[in-house]
Write a protein that binds this ligand. Structure first.
Ligand code: 4AD
Ligand code: MG
Length: 440
C-alpha cells in the first residue's frame, strides 16, 4: 500500500524524529486549506495531526489536483519531507512529494461532521465518526491514561486483579436498579451492579484484590453523571477499616491525577481544561461526617433533612468552596446498601464513605467497611427483603474466618469527566449507554 517501499512509514507523533528525511504517513484528511498554487492538507493518523504543504510547482499536475479536491476524512498515505516549523501546532510540517488515495469520500455523500456546530443528538448519533474529532480523541486519550494510572496504582501496591462475573444471581446495590437477563431454562440472572460481593470472597483468599470492569444500573436518571453501563474499579481489603479505605482512595486519586498531568498535557489543552484546578488536588483531602455535611448544606440553604441522601445539587453545594475532594462518612443506615458495618458507638449510622469531587463532579468514589458479623449480616439481609438463598456463599464468608474488611468503587467515567472538565459523562466513553441511548 505504500507509494514507495523504501520510504519509512512513521506516525505523526514520531515525525519530529525524522526532520529533514522523507517519510510516509498513513491517515485521513482532517481538513484542507487551499491558497492558489498551494494546498495544505491536514493529515490525521490517530497519534496527531500534521499540516502538509503541497506545491503545484513541485508535484505532477494530476496529483496536485487530486489533493486540491480531496474530501474530508478521505483516507490517504502521504510521502514527504519532514520540516521543523515553529508556527505549526506539533512543531513540524510535511512537504508533500507524493500521495496515494486509499479511499476517497464521494462528494455525493460527504462526511457528515463538518467544522460547523452540530447539535449534541446529531453528534451522538454519529458517535462512530465523532470519535475522530480532536476533543473526543483527547477525552478518550485521558480515559486511557486514567485506566493505566489506576491499574498501575493497584498493581504496585500489592493488590491482585481478580475479575468478577457480569451475570450475577443477586443484587449488590439494591434491587430497583437491576437489569434482568433471560438465562437458560427460564432462569433469571442480572447484569452486575458491582463486583464487590465477589471481591469480599477474593480478598479473603489474597488479602488485597481489585476488579475492574463494566457494571450496569437500570437507573431511570437522566443526569449528566449517570450511565446505565459504566466502568468501575473496585479494591477490597481484608483486615481493613473505614480509615484504610479512605487512605487508599485518597492515594489513588492523587496518584492518577499526577499521571494525567504528567502524560496528557496536550490533551488537556485541547479540552481547554484549567489544569490549576487539578494541580490543586493534593492530600490531605477534606473530611467530614454526614452530620457535619448536613449542617453545612442547611446553612447554605438546602432543604435536606437528617436521613436524606445527597442529590447532585447538594454534592455541588457541599464542594463549591473546596479545591479538593471531600470524604463524607457515617451516613444514616437507611441511605446505604445492606452490607455496611454500623458504627460501634452509634448504630444508626454506617461506616460508609463517599468521595465528592470539587467543581460539581459529584461522588466519584463510594465505599466503606463491610459487616463481618454473621448474625448482623443475616438480620440486614432480611430487613432489606433480600432472599437468603441467593446470598448463601456470601453468608459463608462470615462463617469461615470472618474479619473486618472494606473497599470502594470508583467510577471511571465520572473521574474522567472531572479530569477533562467535561459537562456530561457521555463524552468519557466511546459508546455511551444511557436511558435514551443504546446506539450506535
Ligand atoms: O456508590 P456505588 O453505587 O458503590 C458501589 O457499587 C459499591 N458496591 C462499590 C464498592 O464498594 N466496591 O458506586 C461507586 C461509584 C460511584 O461513586 C460513581 O463514581 C460510580 O460508581 N457510579 C456511576 N457512574 C456512572 N453512572 C452511574 N449510573 C453510576 N453509579 C455509580
Ligand atoms: Mg454511591
Amino acid at each position: 500500500m505504500s507509494p514507495e517501499h523504501s520510504t519509512p512509514r512513521v506516525t505523526v507523533a514520531e515525525a519530529g524524529r525524522h526532520a529533514g528525511e522523507t517519510v510516509e504517513i498513513a491517515g485521513w484528511l482532517y481538513n484542507l486549506r487551499r491558497s492558489g498554487k498551494i494546498v495544505f492538507p491536514q493529515l490525521r493518523d490517530g497519534t496527531g495531526i500534521i499540516q502538509c504543504v503541497a506545491l503545484k510547482s513541485s508535484l505532477p499536475e494530476q496529483l496536485f489536483e487530486t489533493l486540491r479536491d480531496l474530501t474530508q476524512e478521505s483516507s490517504l498515505i502521504i510521502r514527504g519531507k519532514v520540516r521543523a516549523e515553529q508556527r505549526a501546532p506539533g512543531g513540524y510540517e510535511l512537504d508533500v512529494e507524493g500521495a496515494e488515495i486509499v479511499q476517497r469520500v464521494p462528494e455525493s455523500d460527504p462526511y457528515p461532521i463538518t467544522p460547523k456546530d452540530h447539535g449534541i443528538d446529531f453528534l451522538m448519533d454519529h458517535r462512530h465518526l465523532w470519535l475522530r474529532s480532536r476533543r473526543q480523541h483527547a477525552a478518550l486519550a485521558v480515559r486511557h491514561e486514567v485506566i493505566r494510572g489506576i491499574r498501575d496504582y493497584f498493581d504496585s501496591h500489592g493488590f491482585v486483579l481478580v475479575d468478577t462475573p457480569i451475570f450475577t444471581p443477586s443484587a449488590c446495590e439494591g434491587t430497583s436498579t437491576l437489569f434482568e437477563v433471560n438465562y437458560f431454562d427460564d432462569e433469571k440472572v442480572y447484569l452486575t451492579q458491582s463486583g464487590q460481593l465477589y471481591n469480599e470472597a477474593t480478598c479473603a483468599a489474597f488479602g488485597k484484590t481489585y476488579c475492574f470492569g463494566p457494571t450496569f444500573r437500570a437507573e431511570k436518571s437522566k443526569t449528566r453523571r449517570h450511565l446505565t453501563e459504566f466502568w468501575m474499579v473496585e479494591p477490597e481489603m481484608a483486615y481493613a477499616t473505614l480509615e484504610d479505605v479512605k487512605q487508599v482512595g485518597e492515594e489513588l486519586i492523587v496518584s492518577v491525577i499526577g499521571r494525567v498531568l504528567e502524560n496528557r498535557r496536550e490533551e488537556l489543552k485541547v479540552l481547554e481544561r484549567d489544569v490549576t484546578k487539578l494541580e490543586a488536588v493534593k492530600a490531605p483531602f477534606h473530611r467530614m461526617s454526614y452530620d457535619e455535611a448536613l449542617a453545612k448544606l442547611q446553612s447554605k440553604g438546602s432543604q435536606i433533612q437528617w436521613g436524606g441522601d445527597f442529590g447532585n445539587a447538594d454534592e455541588t453545594l457541599l464542594t463549591e468552596d473546596l479545591d479538593r475532594p471531600v470524604m463524607v462518612d457515617r451516613y444514616p443506615t437507611n441511605v446505604k446498601a445492606f452490607y455496611f458495618q454500623p458504627a460501634e458507638d452509634r448504630p444508626e449510622v454506617v461506616l460508609g464513605v463517599d468521595f465528592i469531587a470539587p467543581e460539581g463532579y459529584g461522588e466519584v468514589i463510594g465505599g466503606g467497611q463491610r459487616i463481618h458479623d454473621l448474625n448482623l449480616l443475616l438480620k440486614r439481609i432480611d430487613e432489606h427483603g433480600l432472599p437468603r438463598e441467593a446470598f448463601g456463599w456470601y453468608i459463608d464468608l462470615r462463617k469461615f474466618g470472618s474479619v473486618p474488611h472494606g473497599g470502594f468503587g470508583m467510577g471511571v467515567e465520572r473521574f474522567v469527566a472531572w479530569m477533562c472538565g467535561l459537562e456530561h459523562i457521555r463524552e468519557t466513553i466511546a459508546f455511551p449507554r444511557m436511558l435514551y441511548r443504546t446506539k450506535p
